[in-house]
Design a protein around this ligand. Structure first.
Ligand code: C2E
Ligand code: MG
Ligand code: MG
Ligand code: MG
Length: 278
């Protein structure tokens, strides 16, 4: 047939795309199994109040230990979970697990949970949050939800009421990764955030670029104007910390204070072989 010839030139290309596509499909199937078989867990990473030096909370980060491929980073599997829609039941599991861990471990303080844009497009989200709080018994003020600006850009007449319904539960909301993507002061001004998390890409530049110090100062000024704390993400070095202190940053999170780790005492026994974490 005449139509067959253009396709022939694409056949090599096709084979490669098939391999990538097969991998993605396989991983999506594996994600479904992972959720059903309990292969996920949450790590916690400490957040520190810079003035008092005390723990103010923990960010809860999703981890997947694939039975054959080992740990898969969230940056790799979350987009697949979003494409397949599985992020909804996974996100609900994350919320419930974070609340349950917080109740069982008062030393965690406030727990911060990341939301996906897909979750944020569900009108049902506030009810799910309410349910996770009620079934765990966690007081709402110990839960913080992290969202990124891009999630709010969609349609303000929808996202603002959604955010307000969540806030009405007494839950806090933090703007994650501030300074990346479509940052605008308008977003900060018109949505009721309780915290700004300055993206870790700024930390890398603090030691080398006076401009980065200026931006840090400006973001801290915005936090002051809005009367909300600014947390610096990805703090790795003492000299970054000194800049943050000098500029009056409120909170810090990063490898310098602690890497993400399983909640102490909650390490899962491996399903086969291995030793029990004592
Ligand atoms: P994020 O919310 O900005 O989380 C902070 C990320 O920075 C984490 O990566 C953390 O391990 C890493 N990090 C913390 N301190 C340092 C540091 O000092 N240096 C460096 N280089 N990195 C640091 P992780 O755990 O790989 O997560 C990546 C992203 O995946 C998160 O970025 C978040 O957007 C997403 N994510 C993680 N857990 C969840 C979840 O439960 N649900 C959803 N929807 N997204 C999640
Ligand atoms: Mg986050
Ligand atoms: Mg972040
Ligand atoms: Mg991020």
């Amino acid at each position: 047939r005449a139509k067959a010839s253009p396709a022939r030139g694409l056949s090599f290309y096709h084979a490669e795309m098939d391999a990538a596509e097969r991998y993605r499909r396989r991983m999506k199937d594996d994600l479904r199994i992972a959720l059903a078989e309990g292969q996920f867990h949450l790590d916690c990473q400490v957040q520190v109040d810079l003035r008092s030096g005390e723990t103010c909370g923990h960010e809860m980060l999703l981890r997947w230990n694939h039975p054959e491929r080992g740990p898969i980073p969230p940056a790799e599997f979350i987009p697949l979970a979003e494409e397949s829609g599985l992020i909804l039941p996974i996100g609900d599991w994350v919320l419930r697990e974070a609340c349950a861990l917080a109740v069982a471990n008062p030393q965690l303080g406030k727990v911060a949970v990341n939301l996906s844009a897909v979750q944020f497009s569900q009108p049902d989200l506030p009810r799910q949050v309410e349910h996770a709080l009620a079934s765990s018994g966690l007081p709402a003020e110990r839960l913080e939800l992290e969202i990124t600006e891009s999630m709010l850009m969609q349609d303000r007449s929808r996202t603002l009421p959604l955010l307000e319904r969540i806030k009405a539960l007494g839950v806090r909301v933090a703007m994650d990764d501030f300074g990346t993507g479509y940052s605008s002061l308008g977003t900060l001004r018109s949505f009721p955030f309780d915290k700004i998390k300055l993206d870790r890409s700024f930390m890398a530049e603090l030691d080398t670029s006076p401009q980065a110090v200026g931006i840090l100062r400006a973001v801290i000024g915005i936090g002051r104007a809005l009367r909300i704390p600014v947390l610096a993400e990805g703090v790795e070095t003492q000299s970054q910390l000194e800049h943050l202190r000098a500029e009056g940053c409120d909170e810090v999170q990063g490898y310098l204070f602690g890497r993400p780790i399983p909640v102490p005492g909650q390490e899962r026994a491996p399903s086969e072989g291995g030793t029990m974490a004592a």
